[in-house]
Design a protein around this ligand. Structure first.
Ligand code: PYC
Length: 332
């Protein structure tokens, strides 16, 4: 019988969990974080399953593992682990990871207040604020984000035909705006949105294909962003983002906000410099901004920034014994 121990620090970003594996993560092969992600998925996915799924995790569980940067100019490299797999990029995960890593001394940035982070999806520039040894806010400048496709159609159980757009913000998002067959997120139970999302994501990926033009390992629509009316008068838009098989993001979702801003930019609803305050299903907010515009193989992509906060709430030494029938967790 063998046993593996993981030293984790748990936090939440605007309500959504972030479990940072500070010790016990595997050595990975690869010259980039994208290559290391492939190695992890091939040989070490049991670690993700054991730490994210029940009984050690739960449907929304999400986390990260830190690695030294591949380019000495950078401060850190991060692998994102989640119930859904290993995301190329995670916004709430970045805000939580940086908050934990700075507060706990796991990263000593070359320039105080700035972290250059290598993610599988690309380089992410981070600025953070500190007050009384606590990180009060983290602003990440994300990878180029763009509208991939618009006006696609899918048949949703109960609702009928839905029109949606797909945008990339570090992951591919199907974005469903209110329309005759969908009144907006307030009109439906979260469980209902989850079961519709599971079904339509399957159909979307069998009908259409989405592949990142620079990295073919980033492919497929993994998330569904349902839109609705804002509750706060300060918010620009509100969402419920589905991920994994049973999760609705409690935070406003960083890569989802990036994708949403890219969609709005492409439709002329946002321009460079505009601020976009995104509200989550529980009312927490991220502040987004269109920082820059870049050319991505002939299409205009935005460089969005996302700002939010996280709170560290616990130290968690987790053991996975291989005589445990639920070593790899389970889902019901
Ligand atoms: O914040 O990017 C994000 C995210 C992805 C999945 C859950 N949260």
């Amino acid at each position: 019988m063998s046993s593996k121990t993981f030293f984790c620090i748990d936090a939440h970003t605007c309500g959504n969990p972030v479990r940072l594996v500070a010790g016990g993560g595997p050595n990975l092969k690869g010259a980039t974080m994208s290559e290391k992600r492939q190695h992890f998925l091939k040989e070490f996915d049991w670690i993700r399953q054991g730490l994210m799924f029940e009984p050690r995790g739960h449907d929304m569980m999400s986390g990260s593992i830190l690695y030294p940067p591949h380019d000495p100019e950078n401060d850190i490299a991060v692998l994102f682990i989640e119930t859904s797999g290993c995301l190329p990029m995670c916004g709430h995960g970045t805000i939580g990871t940086i908050t934990i890593a700075i507060e706990e001394g796991l990263i000593i940035p070359k320039i105080p207040g700035i972290v250059k982070m290598e993610a599988p999806a690309g380089l992410v520039h981070i600025e953070y604020q500190q007050e009384n040894n606590k990180v009060s806010s983290v602003k990440l400048t994300n990878v180029p984000s763009y509208l991939d496709s618009e006006g696609l159609e899918v048949a949703c159980p109960d609702l009928g035909m839905l029109t949606f757009d797909v945008a990339y913000g570090g992951n591919f998002y199907a974005i469903i705006d209110p329309q005759p067959n969908f009144k907006g997120i307030d009109h439906y139970a979260a469980d209902q949105l989850i079961s519709w999302s599971r079904e339509i994501r399957k159909q979307i990926n069998s009908l259409y294909s989405f592949v990142h033009p620079d990295n073919p390992t980033i492919k497929g629509c993994t998330h569904v962003l349902w839109a609705g009316e804002t509750k706060s008068s300060l918010a620009t838009a509100r969402n419920a983002v589905f991920y994994g098989d049973k999760a609705i993001d409690r935070s406003p979702c960083g890569t989802g906000t990036s994708a949403r801003m890219a969609q709005w930019f492409a439709k002329g609803k946002l321009k460079k410099g505009d601020v976009f305050i995104h509200e989550s299903i529980i009312g927490s907010t991220f502040t987004g901004r269109v920082e820059e515009l870049v050319d991505l193989h002939g299409r205009t992509a935005i460089i969005p920034s996302i700002e939010g906060w996280a709170k560290v709430y616990g130290y968690n030494t987790i053991k996975i014994d291989d005589d445990d029938p639920y070593a790899r967790g389970f889902q019901v």
